[in-house]
Design a protein around this ligand. Structure first.
Ligand SMILES: NC(=O)c1ccc[n+]([C@@H]2O[C@H](COP(=O)([O-])OP(=O)(O)OC[C@H]3O[C@@H](n4cnc5c(N)ncnc54)[C@H](O)[C@@H]3O)[C@@H](O)[C@H]2O)c1
Length: 308
């Protein structure tokens, strides 16, 4: 089974590759290294094919599909982050929507068996119904990032409907853990607490997120590989919400150091809460998160201390 992983040099991609290599998958990665790093793949490079390039480069992508007989696509490459998307919505649209469309077109042409699209809990916007379920009507994304992910989902549905392409969409709820993305709260705050620098606290600390540990997320991708759905959407979340105040307190307790806090107003585009209903993933994927929030933070801090 040969898998193309787009964005494989990033946080989730590199963690996923480490797991996939323990099974007998052949892996090809395309990544433009805009946020991902080649060092994330150093340990795996003799075993995987790495192509530096963009999913917006149609010629390079076409060559890749022609050169490797791919069975499956795991599409992770994206511009990620709500706040960054407010600053440059055009690039989010290009990579997350046009990039996805390029991959879907080639998947159709090269008769790919399965396409896994990485979406985000942000597509739920300020959904009133808690917890968020895959059947909820979600037509009001409140950031360009969310809109671009939702648009990607819609194209995925269209291609699965029109062509012989099986598509699974995974809506990930804020992922954290070793090798955490550097622009995300867990990394920024951990780094600042260790260095004695102020952490930015947006709002009164009552906004909450369903933080999900990286190994549970990668396990969800593995579970998907073993199934064959025509078209399904799954939430992958811990199904347990943590407020910003709890996040800061957990980091302080684990690091054993008080944070210096800079209070700032809530940011536009941020949702009030995310909370995953994971009953569908439990039932159809036999997937269940195993890492409590506290255990996950402990592993994150151990990784930070070893790395920095
Ligand atoms: N981390 C989270 O909490 C989270 C939550 C929900 C969804 N997601 C989604 O999961 C996926 C992976 O996120 P991540 O946290 O690992 O982020 P990341 O930034 O670490 O990984 C994204 C990767 O895509 C690559 N990339 C960006 N533009 C590209 C392009 N044009 N062509 C080729 N490669 C390109 C980057 O270099 C990077 O390696 C993204 O689709 C993201 O939207 C992440």
């Amino acid at each position: 089974m040969k898998i193309l992983i787009t964005g494989g040099a990033g946080f989730i991609g590199s963690n996923l590759i480490s797991k996939l290599l323990k099974q007998s998958y052949e892996i090809v990665v395309i990544d433009d290294l805009s946020t991902g790093k080649k060092e994330n793949l150093t340990a795996y490079l003799p075993k995987i094919e790495f192509i530096e390039g963009s999913i917006l480069d149609k010629e390079k992508l076409e060559r890749l599909f022609a050169d490797y007989s791919l069975d499956l696509i795991i599409h992770l490459a994206a511009k990620a982050g709500v706040r960054a998307s407010l600053e440059n919505p055009t690039i989010f649209n290009e990579v997350n929507v046009l990039g996805t469309l390029n991959l879907l077109e080639l998947s159709k042409k090269y008769k790919i068996k399965k396409f896994i699209f990485t979406s985000s809990s942000s597509v739920y916007g300020n959904n009133k119904k808690i917890p968020f379920s895959e059947n909820d009507k979600i037509e009001m994304p409140i950031s360009p990032y969310a809109a671009s992910k939702r648009a990607g989902e819609l194209y995925c549905f269209t291609y699965s409907h029109l062509f012989e392409l099986n598509v699974t969409i995974l809506r990930l709820f804020t992922v954290f853990g070793p090798n955490n993305r550097r622009d995300m709260a867990h990394f920024l705050m951990t780094d600042s607490i260790f260095k004695g620098k102020p952490i930015k606290k947006f709002g009164d600390g009552t906004t909450s997120r369903d933080y999900t540990y990286i190994d549970d997320i990668t396990e969800g991708f593995l579970k998907c590989l073993g199934k064959n759905f025509k078209f399904e959407i799954f939430n992958l979340g811990n199904s347990h919400t943590i407020s910003l105040n709890q996040l800061i307190e957990t980091l302080e307790n684990t690091i054993e150091k008080k944070a210096v806090i800079e209070n700032l107003p809530l940011q536009a585009g941020d949702v009030q809460q995310t909370f995953a209903d994971i009953s569908k993933a439990k039932k159809l994927l036999d997937w269940q998160p195993k890492t409590s929030y506290q255990q996950g933070v402990k592993k994150l801090i151990e990784w930070y201390k070893k790395t920095f």
